[in-house]
Design a protein around this ligand. Structure first.
Ligand code: ACM
Length: 544
């Protein structure tokens, strides 16, 4: 009895102490956190960078010192002396970091920019959202590293166009949540968005459409000319802005389907007898049957020229070449495509049509061309149909089965299944009150519950579920996709992105043992949503 009482008193004492130690509300939650009690006052503190530190990391520390000075109302210094020491530790993995905060000083360790930048994001989230509040860091030891190397977000800037400023705002928020790839969807049936010097009509003609269908009514057209594109200088600016935030841009030129805007610009690249004529930049949503004539050598040169300029512009290792939803009806009727099929000896076999094999040929040729430029390809999971050359990375969107199969075959995979990762899908079951979304086109009050991609559902996604142990190394990571057919304004874009992107962040960064939906929700309520408010970000309020 005495023993039980003692144990109860001891437990009560422990709980009492735990109450005084604040819970960290950092998202994504770090891999390991040991709270120590006590705090470090960081008003006017000094930041001391290791002489071995690279200039990008030193720049990030200087930027952070300025932010902290504004936040706490006292100037922080960067130089010799005590305070927060930044130590280069070459033994650490590229994005890993550790933070030790004591009552008198602190130490941050990383091997380079990725780790130092993420350590700063974590420390920022341990400080108050608003300026003027207490500027103290809780004493603790943190050791952190991401579960996956690829933590991505796809923005469709074709169905609707978003300004450089809006793209940068999204990059700002991505960097807070340690996402490191922006997949930038730049070509579509409904609009071509990237300047290509050799083919000026792509942006003179292909970037503009004569109106847009209204909501889900395929017969309607609002009659308003719509468009826009990014110049190469603007793109260079975005690339640099992203890099300073640890983000690499993966550009997508979607081929050989989803090319109607290019066909409106250069009709000679189309199939014989393609209808309707003349080609127009598409004004409705869906999958256009008007596709590139890949039996024409001129078309292949066009693709290589375009991808060549894209490869020269973007420094990252990957170029996304799309490959999804390419109807092959026109190839069946086109004499040049059929001649190419005969020349290559392609046959219907093993349930794969000769036309599907023609697409394999296009994929392989672009892959080889891009390899000559030092780039690797990513394609949507349709590129698995038929034959796929080694070295391609498969983005699994039609569920996870494509990704599971591809990983089993030895291809690298990025998981982005519609069921969990499509941020254009409705966020709740409330068809009446949620803004019109793609889900509204097919869901009923009975089915919308399953169709919705709620915050909680996305939080429950594990990219490695059902992946056999031996294939797990091929799962590079995951991505959420935001298609923008029904999203025309920055406010709506942000509403669809946030706070779901925070769930993506924990899915992609945290080990399953660290994830906890209740702690995640508390973090959002107590800190992250106010932080989004401070950043001027529109987001969907949490359900009660
Ligand atoms: C896709 O959603 N069509 C990749």
């Amino acid at each position: 009895m005495k023993k039980t009482l003692f144990a109860a008193a001891f437990l009560a004492m422990l709980c009492g102490c735990a109450k005084d130690i604040p819970e960290l509300h950092v998202v994504p939650a770090p891999q390991s956190v040991e709270m120590k009690g006590g705090s470090l006052d960081v008003r006017g503190i000094n930041f001391n960078c290791d002489p071995a530190m690279d200039s990008a990391s030193a720049g990030a520390v200087r930027g952070f010192a300025e932010e902290l000075s504004r936040l706490c109302g006292r100037t922080c210094t960067v130089g010799e002396g005590k305070g927060v020491a930044f130590v280069v530790d070459a033994s650490m993995a590229p994005e890993a970091y550790s933070v030790r905060i004591g009552r008198k000083d602190a130490e941050v360790r990383a091997s380079g920019f990725g780790g130092f930048f993420y350590a700063l994001q974590t420390i920022r989230q341990m400080l108050p959202v608003a300026s003027g509040a207490q500027c103290k860091l809780p004493c603790c030891e943190i050791s952190d590293a991401p579960r996956f190397g690829y933590r991505g977000l796809m923005l469709d800037c074709c169905r609707h166009f978003f300004s450089v400023e809006e793209v940068k705002k999204v990059l700002d928020v991505m960097s807070v949540y340690k996402l490191n790839r922006l997949h930038w969807h730049l070509s579509e049936d409904q609009g071509w968005r990237i300047q290509i010097d050799k083919y000026p009509r792509l942006t003179e003609v292909g970037a503009w459409r004569n109106g847009t269908m209204v909501r889900g009514d395929w017969k309607s057209n609002d009659g308003i000319r719509y468009g826009g594109f990014y110049t190469k200088d603007q793109i260079r600016d975005v690339i640099e802005y992203a890099a300073a935030r640890g983000i690499t841009i993966v550009p997508e030129i979607d081929l050989p389907g989803h090319m109607q805007a290019a066909l409106a610009s250069y009709p000679e690249l189309g199939c014989k007898g393609s209808k309707p004529q003349p080609y127009e930049v598409w004004t409705v949503w869906g999958v256009s049957k008007q596709v590139l004539n890949v039996g024409n050598e001129k078309t292949m040169r066009f693709l290589e020229d375009v991808l060549g300029e894209v490869a020269d512009l973007f420094p990252g290792e990957y170029i996304h070449i799309g490959g999804d939803e390419c109807p092959r009806d026109e190839w069946k009727a086109d004499p040049q495509c059929q001649a190419k099929i005969r020349e290559l000896g392609l046959k219907d076999s093993d349930g794969v049509s000769a036309e599907a094999r023609l697409q394999n040929y296009v994929t392989a040729r672009m892959q080889k061309f891009l390899a000559s430029k030092g780039k690797k390809i990513i394609g949507w999971d349709e590129i698995l149909e038929g034959e796929l050359a080694p070295g391609a990375t498969v983005m699994s969107w039609r569920g996870t089965k494509g990704g599971i199969k591809a990983a089993g075959m030895g291809y690298d995979v990025i998981m982005a299944p519609t069921t969990y990762c499509y941020l254009d899908y409705i966020q709740s079951s409330d068809l009446e009150h949620e803004p019109f979304s793609i889900t509204h086109n097919w869901a009923t009050p009975e089915t919308v519950g399953d169709a919705a991609v709620t915050l909680e559902k996305l939080y429950g996604f594990d990219p490695l579920a059902e992946i056999p142990e031996e294939a797990r190394g091929h799962i590079l990571g995951m991505q959420c996709n935001l298609w923008t057919e029904y999203i025309a304004t920055p406010e709506h874009l942000e509403y669809m992105l946030f706070p779901r992107v925070l769930a993506l962040s924990e899915d992609a960064w945290c080990q399953p043992s660290v994830k906890d939906p209740e702690r995640f929700r508390r973090s959002l309520e107590s800190y992250q949503l106010p932080l989004l408010d401070k950043m001027g970000v529109n987001y969907r309020k949490l359900d009660k």
